[in-house]
Every structure is written in C-alpha cells, then in structure tokens.
Design a protein around this ligand. Structure first.
Ligand SMILES: C[S@@+](CC[C@H](N)C(=O)[O-])C[C@H]1O[C@@H](n2cnc3c(N)ncnc32)[C@H](O)[C@@H]1O
Length: 186
C-alpha cells in the first residue's frame, strides 16, 4: 500500500487515535520556539487534519497547509485552515514565499530529495525549516538539506509517543548561498 493510501484509510480516526497515544506536535517544537520567533508566512507540508497547523498558527501571521489526502485536508479545513491539495514533492510550484516551513511527521512519507530541491523556489532569505523525522532516516535527509544550502541550527531527539522517538531539526539558509549549476544547465 502506498503511504497516501495508508493515510486515506487512517484519516477518519487520525485525531482520535493520535490523541489516545499522546502525540502532541506542540511538545516537539517547544524547545525551538525561541529560535523561530514570530514569522510572517508559514507553510506546513503534510498538514494532515491540522494538528500541526494549530501549533504554527501561534507564531505565524498567515499559514497554509499542503495535504494530498482529501479526507485529511477536509478535517483541517473544518478547523478553519487553508489547505492546498498537493504533494510535498510539488511544493516548488507554489507562488508564495515563506519564512517558516514545517514537515511535522511527514518527511518520512515523501520523496525528500524532490521536496527539498523545490524549497529554493518558495523561501525567503531568513527562512527557517522545522522537521520531525524517524531516527533511522535522519542522516540521509539532513545531508540532503546540507547539500541544498541549509545549515542545522538545532537538533534534538524527543519522545513523540510510546515507542516512537522523533529527531526534531531546525534548519536555516546559508547566507548568500548560490545554487551550483550542474553540467546539464551549462
Ligand atoms: C503522520 S501524518 C502527520 C500529519 C500532521 N502533520 C500532524 O502532525 O498531525 C503524515 C501526513 O503526511 C501526508 N502525506 C503523505 N504523503 C505525502 C506527500 N507525498 N506529500 C505531502 N504529504 C504527504 C499524509 O497524508 C498525512 O496527512
């Protein structure tokens, strides 16, 4: 089963089940809030039913979510959030610039190389990107961010719920980073 189909089947019970095992996105981002500060325009990739949007609305003036699973997106909309029906892999097509981007429990389920490459089209110079990721996927994903002009500002491992730790990482952009041209572009 693809991840998208997996989340389609889970959508209806997602809020009930995640709350029963104590998943709390607020707890994961709390140690980073002093570094994030107040933000103008936030994007939450794989926003699901809006649990993570609820957290980022506390420090972003405007927010939007991306979610490919209709039953998830509808629930986030019913909580008052704006949601684009889109995969994270297509985020580079969005026409807005964001100074905060999050992947709460979502980067493990998408093609992170494609999503991270797309980021360069939609970020401001002072952007920060927050991810939560399963420990076994951390090294490869962090390396992709580093290769695409980001630096790790802070990284910690937190217990997300019984039996699951997440590595939580905040990235910032390398100042003045210029995209290297590949031989194909020359
Ligand atoms: C574990 S849930 C996390 C939802 C929400 N961020 C939260 O913290 O509650 C993962 C979400 O990623 C979404 N997802 C799966 N594949 C995706 C993709 N290719 N692009 C964007 N989101 C995706 C799923 O539909 C699901 O809503």
């Amino acid at each position: 089963m693809s991840w998208i189909n997996y989340f389609r089947t889970w959508a209806r019970k997602y809020d009930e089940e995640t709350s029963s095992y104590g998943y709390d996105p607020n707890r994961l981002i709390k140690p980073f809030l002093h570094l994030i500060g107040k933000r103008k325009q936030g994007l939450d990739v794989g926003c699901g039913t809006g649990l993570s949007l609820k957290v980022i609305e506390t420090f972003c003036e405007k927010i939007v979510g991306i979610e490919p699973v209709e039953k998830m997106a509808k629930q986030a909309e019913s909580k008052g959030f704006q949601v684009l029906r889109m995969k994270g892999e297509d985020l580079g097509q969005i026409k807005t610039k964001f100074d905060f981007i999050s992947f709460f429990a979502s980067i493990d389920y998408l093609d992170s190389s494609v999503a991270i490459k797309g980021l360069k089209n939609i970020i401001t110079e002072d952007v920060v990107v927050f991810i939560t990721i399963e420990p076994e996927n951390k090294s490869s994903v962090v390396l992709k961010f580093l290769k695409n002009g980001f630096l790790v500002k802070k990284s910690i491992t937190k217990r997300a719920y019984e039996g699951q730790n997440y590595v939580c990482v905040l990235f910032e952009k390398v100042k003045g980073y210029k995209e290297k041209k590949s031989s194909k572009d020359l």
